[in-house]
Design a protein around this ligand. Structure first.
Ligand code: HEC
Ligand code: HEC
Ligand code: HEC
Ligand code: HEC
Ligand code: HEC
Ligand code: HEC
Ligand code: HEC
Ligand code: HEC
Length: 383
């Protein structure tokens, strides 16, 4: 989440929409309190903003009878193995053991004492609080750990809105498809991190994305974020707040790179504000709308709006990635060192140098050019 207190407000206009500062933090807090947690909080920004949050999952009824004698059990519960049904039921009679002697969870916790501590953690699962047999067969099962279904299917059988994201999204996330499925990120019973997460959200992402050799669905290598963040000290606001899901939906998304809102996937794009919904969720879209301004952006030469000039074109407008590295950079203003250009992804050096009144770019896309934004501006430049 954005740490509002940490946001440095530049003299004349923060680069972040004022409404987002209050709104973003508040909405997230509310959503977190109300919601299905990770499922909602991590869910597409577009989706969560429109709705009141996903519906509370319905508890379904499992078939909990012991497996029929012909069926092969992979797991068999020790107290059931002994053959004495009266450990839990009122009668020893295998044919008719009768009702239970105590409520389900009371029985389970009576033997699995460590679960009293586990279930007391900060975030506990509604499904487990309701009944342990929502997921476990108390007798035996065709799956390890007495599970009534395979983990992935099990979780999605109750969490319908997550199921839609996971199964219907155009961009799917390897974190969920790989071994372990939901358990890569969630503890099925309870956790000390909100939303049943097994680590802090940022640490979760870095745990998998902090290594070389992770490839996307098309085989293209993905960034090692441990290295990236260590070598590039200028962390973009939400990254500095350790909020990767400010922009990404880890369960799935219809947008490029699991982004929660639209953002062009190419170097060039015809200008359409809708395509930059992701950036404009926090930044003012007006920085791109007028050819001349003395206030709307610092990327201007005098009044000439250089954001407008580069981006706002009917055909080959440059997308933000031409100049900005959205996670972390060495240069101020998230300016990148080099641009990936052409289908082979050549890296062209930008050679950006900031100056007290603007900056310059040397010999890459064009001959060296500089801009001076102090000429007409009232308050001097920021930072
Ligand atoms: C039997 C139905 C059911 C199953 C199966 C189920 N859940 Fe849940 N889950 C719930 C209910 C009910 C809640 C509580 C919703 C509420 O109170 O808003 C919940 C809440 C959650 C939350 C939000 C917790 C929070 O603090 O915000 C997460 C995350 C979650 N489940 C993950 C999982 C995972 C992972 C699995 C599979 C291992 C799973 N669920 C299986 C019913 C289920
Ligand atoms: C570890 C505790 C435990 C033991 C031991 C145990 N049961 Fe159960 N049994 C349960 C629980 C819990 C339920 C679910 C009750 C409920 O849903 O209210 C259950 C339900 C059942 C059901 C109904 C299933 C359904 O879908 O409604 C049958 C049949 C059953 N047990 C048979 C047996 C037999 C036979 C034995 C002895 C060989 C036995 N149980 C031993 C805990 C146990
Ligand atoms: C009479 C004591 C007793 C009760 C009651 C009991 N368990 Fe167990 N349970 C055990 C023992 C003993 C084991 C095997 C040793 C171990 O893994 O701790 C076990 C193992 C398990 C396992 C691991 C199975 C595996 O294959 O690894 C699960 C899951 C489990 N129990 C769930 C439950 C649930 C859910 C309930 C309540 C419906 C319950 N237990 C009630 C004694 C009990
Ligand atoms: C939402 C589904 C869900 C519910 C509800 C649930 N469990 Fe589990 N439980 C799991 C899964 C999934 C595993 C397997 C974890 C793994 O493989 O790491 C598991 C594993 C276990 C184990 C074996 C742990 C081990 O290390 O071998 C025990 C014991 C257990 N659960 C007890 C309980 C008890 C007691 C409750 C009720 C308080 C409960 N479970 C409720 C999903 C659930
Ligand atoms: C359990 C490991 C794991 C965790 C945890 C994890 N990821 Fe991933 N992620 C992967 C793998 C594997 C891929 C590559 C396969 C694919 O394309 O999904 C991937 C791909 C991605 C992609 C590129 C998707 C594409 O196809 O373009 C993004 C973006 C991403 N992850 C973001 C995140 C964020 C943000 C987090 C934390 C909220 C996170 N990941 C946590 C394993 C993980
Ligand atoms: C401000 C929004 C934003 C935040 C916050 C953010 N990302 Fe991204 N992420 C993007 C955008 C935009 C792209 C696509 C970049 C491009 O293609 O130019 C992307 C691409 C990615 C990719 C795939 C491309 C690659 O180089 O590997 C991964 C993986 C990823 N992000 C992980 C993360 C992780 C981990 C975090 C938290 C440390 C994070 N993101 C935080 C916006 C964001
Ligand atoms: C979740 C909110 C959020 C999103 C989404 C977001 N940003 Fe930011 N951005 C911030 C915050 C917070 C800052 C730091 C505040 C500041 O310096 O005024 C920042 C700072 C920046 C800066 C540096 C400003 C400066 O002069 O130092 C640039 C450039 C930037 N963002 C570009 C982008 C681009 C491009 C996108 C879309 C891919 C984007 N942002 C999406 C929140 C966001
Ligand atoms: C041609 C290079 C270039 C492109 C393309 C570009 N920017 Fe910038 N941007 C800059 C430079 C340079 C600055 C730093 C201006 C200064 O403070 O000196 C900047 C500053 C910013 C700031 C800080 C506030 C401001 O306007 O001064 C934000 C936010 C920002 N850019 C967002 C974006 C977004 C969103 C896109 C894509 C829609 C984008 N930029 C495209 C070069 C570019």
């Amino acid at each position: 989440m954005l740490n509002i207190d940490n946001l440095e407000k530049p003299a004349q206009s923060s680069s972040v929409r004022a409404d987002r500062l209050a709104w973003g933090g508040l909405t997230r807090l509310i959503l977190m309190g109300l919601s299905l947690g990770a499922c909602c909080w991590l869910a597409s920004a577009a989706e969560t903003k429109k709705s009141e949050g996903p519906p509370v999952p319905k508890l379904k009824k499992n078939n909990l009878a012991p497996l029929a004698s012909g069926e092969k059990a992979v797991a068999s519960h020790a107290p059931f193995e002994g053959g004495d049904c009266s450990i839990c039921h009122q009668s020893k009679e295998v044919q008719n053991p009768g009702p239970l002697t105590a409520p389900v969870n009371e029985q389970c916790l009576g033997c699995h004492e460590e679960f009293t501590g586990i279930m007391a953690r900060k975030s506990s699962h509604g499904a487990a609080q309701a009944s342990c047999v929502n997921c476990h067969n108390p007798h035996n099962a065709k799956l390890p750990k007495l599970l009534v279904e395979e983990v992935g299917t099990l979780c999605l059988s109750c969490h319908e809105s997550i199921k839609t994201l996971v199964t219907q999204s155009k961009v799917k996330h390897g974190a969920i498809d790989t071994e372990g499925k939901s358990l890569n990120c969630h503890n099925p019973h309870a956790a000390n991190v909100e939303h049943l997460l097994v680590r802090l959200p940022f640490d979760l992402c870095i745990n998998c994305h902090g290594q070389d050799g992770v490839k996307d669905g098309e085989g293209k290598p993905l960034t090692n974020f441990k290295t990236l963040l260590a070598e590039n000290p200028e962390h973009h606001g939400p990254v500095a707040s350790k909020d990767c899901s400010a922009c990404h939906n880890p369960h799935g998304s219809d947008h490029f790179r699991l982004l929660s809102l639209d953002y062009p996937s190419q170097f060039y794009s015809p200008y359409d504000p809708k395509l930059y919904a992701l950036c404009f969720d926090c930044h003012e879209a007006t920085m791109l709308t007028t050819p001349e301004t003395a206030t709307l952006t610092q990327f201007r030469d005098g009044k000439r709006n250089l954001h407008y000039l580069h981006v706002n074109k009917a055909d080959r407008g440059r997308t933000c990635r031409a100049c900005h590295e959205v996670h972390a950079s060495k240069q101020p203003h998230q300016i990148r060192d080099a641009v990936p250009y052409g289908s082979k992804g050549w890296l062209l050096k930008i050679n950006y140098s900031p100056t007290p009144t603007g900056g310059s770019c040397a010999k890459t896309c064009h001959a060296t050019r500089s801009y001076n934004n102090s000429a007409v501006a009232e308050p001097a430049s920021k930072k």
